[in-house]
Design a protein around this ligand. Sequence first.
Ligand SMILES: *Cc1c(COP(=O)(O)O)cnc(C)c1O
Length: 386
Amino acid sequence: MASNHVRFRQGGRISNIQFGEYGMIVSRYNYTSQFSDRLPATVAAIQEVLLNGDYILGNHVESFEASFAAFVGANYCVGVNSGTDALILALSACELGHGSRIAVPANTFHATILAIVRIGAVPILIDADPRTFLMDLDSLEAERHLDAILPVHLFGLAADMERIRLHANRLGAIVIEDCAQAHGAMDGSRRTGALGAVGCYSFHPSKNLAAAGDAGACVTNDADIAERLRWLRQLGQKAQNDHVVAGFNSRLDAIQAIVLSAKLPKLEPWNQARAAIAARYRSELGTYPVSFQEPRGPREHVYHLFQMRTRDRDDLLRHLRTSGVDATIRYPVAAHQQPAFRQATWAQGRFPVAEALAKELLCLPIRPDLSEEEITHVLRSVGEFF
Ligand SMILES: *Cc1c(COP(=O)(O)O)cnc(C)c1O
């Protein structure tokens, strides 16, 4: 293993398990490779901002917003502070709030449900489909009173937006997409993100498109929603000192926009590289007692995470960690079973598929720049276990 990154992680500790007893470390992230030859130009642009003081919003943010809107195929992009804020602002911009009933998958990251709780709305949790690990659409269609539906393209797999929109139209409900794990994922021939009223993105350093800190964005085709999002991120200001709504302080910084603009041209090839690695994993691990998410068509999965489902999850994780494979669990406790949501009325056992997934899913490393040697080591380590 030649890269600095790998040397840096050698001997490191992850969750108290000593890594790399066999010398080979296959880590989940490699930020060095994300910049490669774009590093000097990125640093020069950041230096200019450090010295000129245009830190918040400004030209770099506008330029990134225009490129990201074009990437998604949306009319507008509004840069905000994080993916969590993107969700909160999107729900607020669609005038959802106290008492609104919002359907959301039980199997998702905490932030999706938190955003609903934060605006005073009622999360209507929908159990997972065991084939896709996404919101079960039969259960969704059984819900007759909803103000909004918040599908999550979880782990990178696009939800079936056609079916979701049909049900939303029947009920007169708004659709807001959580795209935090699915930058670029296709739903059939259409890009996710602009298929509902608003698409919400995170650029947290772990995501397929990564800032150097917290950052996020909302995309929309609706000019009025875009305008409200711009007010909401800026303390509700329409113009300086003209506060027209009760807003938030959640803006994208110029330095993050510079980093994101430097990486955006690589997003599509990175997603393809992730899909190629996923295809290897699927074909070579499929003979073991494991299962994977089932995409409906090509390019619908951008493999933010490669999730493998197995009853031997905990023992396999231990084995992989001691073999130097940076496998991990996303998420070990189902969102509705977190203490933060304890006062809610979701009884244990109410969402059996989501609860089983929390016990049986394991993520294998899937950086776009994984080397042949690293992929082989992952495959061999899983094989050794079974
Ligand atoms: C990361 C993530 C978020 C939150 O994004 P932050 O930028 O970390 O606030 C929301 N939803 C999902 C599905 C995520 O993976």
